[in-house]
Design a binder for this molecule. Structure first.
Ligand SMILES: C=C1C[C@]23C[C@@]1(O)CC[C@H]2[C@@]12CC[C@H](O)[C@@](C)(C(=O)O1)[C@H]2[C@@H]3C(=O)O
Ligand SMILES: O=C(O)CCC(=O)C(=O)O
Ligand SMILES: [Fe+2]
Length: 344
């Protein structure tokens, strides 16, 4: 049976909030403090002066636009998203749906170039755009992970970044999302517009990508100038995230980073709404370690007053659990230390 969203929509509160905008070119110790604060409070922040060249972003945005402009049957040539490929309206394997179409790629260059033949009319141009974008964004992700370790006073400052440094070994993902304007979709035309309805409440918006947390270490998201992203630091409370400044990347803590920081950083649930007026496009890099990497908490983050919250596990184990569950499920709870567990 497909169950609807877990929070009754009518009890939701929508409140404006500005995510911290962190200038990565500012003084290092200040930057690391601001990042730690943002990760503890909201799990989300934006970065500017990140060093990713504009043309690298523009080339990737153009490829994304070209892909989503194709006909349905052409897009389907990219293969079903299991887990890499093209998907439309269905998210994952367990009955989640939304007003979104997407393309999920592995970040390994060989895998991208093999797939690009089925994705683009100019496969070399497409695969080079993805390679250059992913490479540049991965460097930013590593830099942010090092700043986080510094801000947390962990002596091995590469403790998090080393997990995603090797592009050929890790299990990182790259995802392109497109939320088409709802007036163009059948589902919007025949939607229930009664005052009490879910659609009325969302004011010409529908769920594009439902409530979830990102299972990996860190996500680096880029979108066009159309709003839609919302974050939920507390159940039932939603903060819309402005798409401005469009030069910024939006960064968020994933479940693995919450575990590795012993719960100091929060992997916050978020969702994206599709609007009736304009297409939202987003591109997300999800930094993940290699499958057999062991996820543990550095000893400096475990104290008598902050005992170890999560048992050690591998990314393969966590990923398997993730894919067996629904989009909105809180999977990290299943990895909490139980009374009597011995941590080695
Ligand atoms: C319903 C699902 C889709 C998802 C895998 C899952 O079983 C639960 C997590 C979902 C998510 C969210 C973040 C990323 O977009 C994603 C690629 C991921 O790693 O976990 C998606 C998965 C997906 O769309 O396949
Ligand atoms: O499109 C967005 O803004 C959010 C996408 C997202 O959360 C995801 O791809 O995991
Ligand atoms: Fe997400």
């Amino acid at each position: 049976m497909v169950v609807a969203t877990p929070t009754p929509i009518r009890s939701e509160k929508i409140r404006e909030v500005e995510l911290p905008i962190i200038d990565l070119s500012a003084e290092r110790s200040e930057v690391s403090k601001l990042i730690v604060k943002a990760c503890e409070e909201l799990g989300f922040f934006k970065v500017i002066n990140h060093g990713v060249p504009e043309d690298v972003i523009a080339r990737m945005e153009e490829e994304s636009f070209l892909f989503f402009s194709k006909s349905g049957s052409e897009k389907q040539r990219a293969g079903p998203a299991n887990p890499y490929g093209y998907g439309s309206k269905n998210i994952g394997f367990n009955g989640d749906t939304g007003e979104v179409e997407y393309l999920i790629l592995n970040t390994n260059f060989l895998s991208i170039s093999q797939r690009s033949k089925a994705i683009s009319n100019d496969p070399i141009k497409f695969s080079c755009a993805v390679r250059d974008y992913v490479e540049a964004v991965r460097i930013v992700a590593c830099e942010i992970l090092e700043l986080m370790a510094e801000g947390l006073w962990v002596p091995d400052t590469s403790v998090f970044s080393k997990l995603i440094r090797d592009v050929d070994e890790d299990d990182s993902l790259f995802r392109l999302n497109h939320y088409p304007p709802l007036l163009l979709t059948d589902s919007f035309q025949d939607s229930d517009t009664s005052p009490s309805s879910f659609h009325h409440h969302l004011h010409n918006h529908k769920i594009g990508f439902g409530e979830h947390s990102d299972p990996q270490i860190l996500t680096i998201l880029r979108s066009n100038d159309v709003s839609g992203l919302q974050i939920s630091p507390q159940q039932g409370l939603w903060f819309p995230v402005s798409p401005y400044p469009t030069t910024a990347f939006c960064v968020n803590v994933g479940d693995l980073l919450q575990a590795m920081t012993n719960g100091r950083f929060v992997s916050v649930k978020h969702r994206a709404l599709a609007s009736s007026y304009k297409s939202r496009m987003s591109m997300a890099y999800f930094g993940a370690p290699k499958l057999h990497a062991r996820i543990t908490t550095p000893p400096e983050l475990v104290t008598q007053f902050r005992p170890c919250l999560y048992r050690p596990f591998t990314w393969a184990e966590y990923k398997e659990t993730t894919y067996s569950l629904r989009l909105s499920d809180s999977r990290l709870n299943l990895f909490k230390v139980q009374e009597g567990d011995e941590i080695v």
